[in-house]
Structure formats: structure tokens, C-alpha cells
Write a protein that binds this ligand. Structure first.
Ligand code: PHB
Length: 389
């Protein structure tokens, strides 16, 4: 059959084509750049974040705001020296729409700097570096996790309430460890305690013996420690093996015992920590999340899985407000700012500096579970010192 292109037919064909390409533009995949550790002491944390993020996307039928999601990945090795190069692979080479990362505060600082310079959207799904939602805050910078100050400050208060007067601290000497100790000192000393000595070692070293000997000789009432991942496993075991658990109970932000209990075993039993998550919140929301996560990945969810999941939820809220258009930054940001995130940890909103305002739970280790004992501080907002939007 011979088809004649009358003007009317041509106009219809053009209109159909135009609609088609518009729909296609709207459905261009969202390019998500995952910059997380796949090796080193935080490798497992990176995996949990990635799995949490992907589980939320899978629950939405593989789409966010009606768009397919395409992943680009870089192993940041928790190495700040490689961070600028690594983040630029995602920004310049892969031209991602959004950066999701990372675990290590020093690496996150480089990511925030590169995100600011290129105006790339960044969602931090762990690293607590206070400055990210402090002096470096920005319209395009968000965090789904915590600031280092938040759980640390809460533990300072708890340690004082538990009657401790003289406490020593120990951590890795880098942004997260130092800020965590600073937050603890602030909370503890405001409540009448005194930090007698602050010990540290370079990240990610795990030769704790000399420092444990110092702790034993000083006889503090208690010790506050910031370690995470593989380093936390070894520290808690070494601390218990040194016979210190009874004479100087060990406290910390929940990273000390989150995702680590199976490996820590007997050593961690009874420890108190503070965090924005616990393993048995026993809410319908958290139970459903934990069941789905365990089914999908054959491991129990932890705080890192929650933070990855919520990073995806935050992005989805922004995309919804922007009608699925990742390029509509103003609407996207406004949507993320206004969202109430239905997190497994409990619902939260973001502060003006884009950091979660959240309850910090007091937890105690029992078996392989960080059991919730109560809320140490309700709706705690990071002070966000130096943030000007
Ligand atoms: C950090 O570097 O900010 C950091 C790393 C691991 C954690 C928590 C914070 O578990």
C-alpha cells in the first residue's frame, strides 16, 4: 500500500514524535554514583549501605520518581588521599546526577568539596563529619545518617547519668574519631564529668596493646571509644581480653557494636552504646524492613543498611516533588527539605542544614542484638555551627 503524507498526517506524526521524545526525556535513567568502601576496615559498611539503597529502589519497582536507575560505582578504599580523584571519576567521567557516599569522614569532606564546586547533588549515607552539615553545608548537600556530634553528645550525657566521673577516651586520629570524642566531652562535662585523658592512634591501625596498658594503669571509671567496622571488632575483643570491661566499662557511639556483634561474640556482651538505630525497635515499619532485608541479602540489617535505604527514600521524595525531573534542582531540593522520611529508625525530618533531626537510642548488647533500652536524647538536632545556606 502506498502511504501518502498529507499535511495533516505529517502534523500528527510530528506530534506523536514530540510526545514520544518528551516521555523519553522524562524517563532518562537517573545516574547514581555510589562512592563507598569495598575494601579495607569499612568494606562491610559500604556493602550494607549499597544494599539498603538498592533495596528501596527495588521496592519501587526499580524506579525512582518514575525513572530507571543506573548505578556507577567507585571503591573509595576509605582513603582520603585518593578521594578527589575517585569522586571526579563519577562527576566528570560518568557524569552522574547524584553522588551517594561515603562511610569515612575524611573522604566525605573531599566529596562535599567536589560536589560544591560542580554543584552535583550529594547524599551522605554515613560519614558524620560535622563540617559537612556545618561550614560546608549547601543546597545540594544532604545527609541520611548522623553528625559525629549527635550520638557522641548523647553518650556523654548517659555516661554522666550512670555515675561515671573520670573517663578516658580512645579513637583513631581522624575527623570522625576526633569529632566523636569532642561531642562526648561536651555532653559529659556539661553534666559534671571529667575526661582525664584522650588517647588515639592513626586510622586504620589496630595495634591497641600499648594504649590498653595505659588505660589499665590510669584506672578510669569508664572509657569512651569511637571505632567502627573491622577496627571495632578488634578493639572490643582486645579490650575485653585485657580484662578491662569490669573495671572500666566501655562506652561508645553505636558503631562500636553495629554490624559487628557476631564477630565480637562474648566480648561485647552487656555494652551500652548510643545511636539513631537499634536492632529491636519492634515497630511495624522496622520489622518489615528487617524481614525484607534479611530475605534479600541473607544477613540482618544494621544502621548502615538503614542509612542507605533512607538515602534512596530522600532522593525519591525529591524526585516526586520535581515530577521525576532530576534536573529540576529547586523543586528537588525543596522536596527533600520538606519530606518526612518514614525510616526504619523512626520518622525523621531534616534540619535546615540537611542533617536528620532524630532520636538517639540507648542500646545494650544482648547476644547478637543491640537492644533498645530507651531514648537517650529525643529529636536531637546537630548544632550545625557555621552553616549558612
Ligand atoms: C566516619 O568516618 O564518619 C565514620 C565511619 C564509620 C562509622 C561512623 C562514622 O561507623
Amino acid at each position: 500500500m502506498h502511504i501518502r503524507f498529507t499535511p495533516v498526517r505529517l502534523a500528527i506524526a510530528a506530534a506523536v514524535l514530540a510526545i514520544g521524545s518528551q516521555a523519553q526525556a522524562q524517563n532518562a535513567p537517573i545516574k547514581v554514583g555510589l562512592m563507598l568502601p569495598a575494601t579495607g576496615t569499612f568494606a562491610n559498611l559500604g556493602t550494607m549501605i549499597e544494599n539498603g539503597f538498592k533495596m528501596y529502589v527495588a521496592e519501587q519497582g526499580g524506579k525512582l520518581g518514575g525513572n530507571e536507575v543506573q548505578y556507577f560505582k567507585v571503591d573509595d578504599e576509605s582513603d582520603p588521599a585518593k578521594a578527589a580523584d575517585n569522586v571526579n571519576k563519577l562527576i566528570k567521567r560518568d557524569q552522574v546526577d547524584v553522588l551517594v557516599g561515603t562511610v569515612h569522614s575524611g573522604v566525605a569532606l573531599a566529596m562535599a568539596k567536589a560536589a560544591k564546586e560542580s554543584n552535583t547533588l550529594l547524599i551522605v549515607p554515613n560519614a558524620g563529619a560535622d563540617v559537612v552539615t556545618g561550614p560546608m553545608c549547601g543546597k545540594n548537600i544532604f545527609r541520611s545518617s548522623f553528625s559525629n556530634w549527635q550520638p557522641a553528645y548523647a553518650m556523654g550525657k548517659v555516661a554522666a547519668e550512670r555515675g561515671h566521673k573520670k573517663v578516658m577516651t580512645i579513637t583513631w586520629n581522624y575527623a570522625a574519631g576526633n569529632e566523636s570524642v569532642k561531642g562526648f566531652v561536651e555532653g559529659f562535662e556539661a553534666a559534671g564529668g571529667k575526661v582525664s585523658q584522650q588517647l588515639n592512634l592513626p586510622f586504620p591501625q589496630v595495634e591497641f596493646q600499648a594504649l590498653l596498658t595505659q588505660i589499665a594503669s590510669q584506672k578510669p571509671d569508664a572509657v569512651y571509644a569511637f571505632f567502627a567496622g573491622g577496627g571495632a571488632v578488634k578493639f572490643v575483643k582486645d579490650y575485653a581480653a585485657a580484662g578491662l570491661m569490669k573495671s572500666a566499662p566501655l562506652y561508645g557511639p553505636g558503631f562500636l557494636t553495629d554490624g559487628t556483634l557476631e564477630a565480637q561474640g562474648e566480648a561485647a556482651q552487656g555494652m551500652y552504646t548510643t545511636l539513631h538505630y537499634a536492632d529491636n525497635l519492634n515497630t511495624p515499619r522496622d520489622n518489615a524492613f528487617r524481614l525484607a532485608f534479611a530475605k534479600a541479602y541473607k544477613v540482618n540489617a544494621d544502621v548502615y543498611a538503614v542509612q542507605g535505604y533512607d538515602a534512596a527514600q530522600m532522593l525519591a521524595a525529591g524526585l516526586k516533588a520535581a515530577g521525576g525531573d532530576i534536573k529540576n534542582r529547586d523543586k528537588l531540593v525543596a522536596g527533600m527539605e520538606a519530606a518526612e522520611i518514614d525510616s526504619p529508625r523512626g520518622k525523621f525530618k531534616l534540619s535546615a542544614a540537611h542533617n536528620p533531626v532524630q532520636d538517639i537510642y540507648l542500646r545494650q548488647v544482648k547476644g547478637n542484638v543491640n537492644e533498645v533500652k530507651g531514648v537517650a536524647v529525643k529529636a536531637l538536632a546537630d548544632p550545625a555551627k557555621g552553616c549558612k545556606m
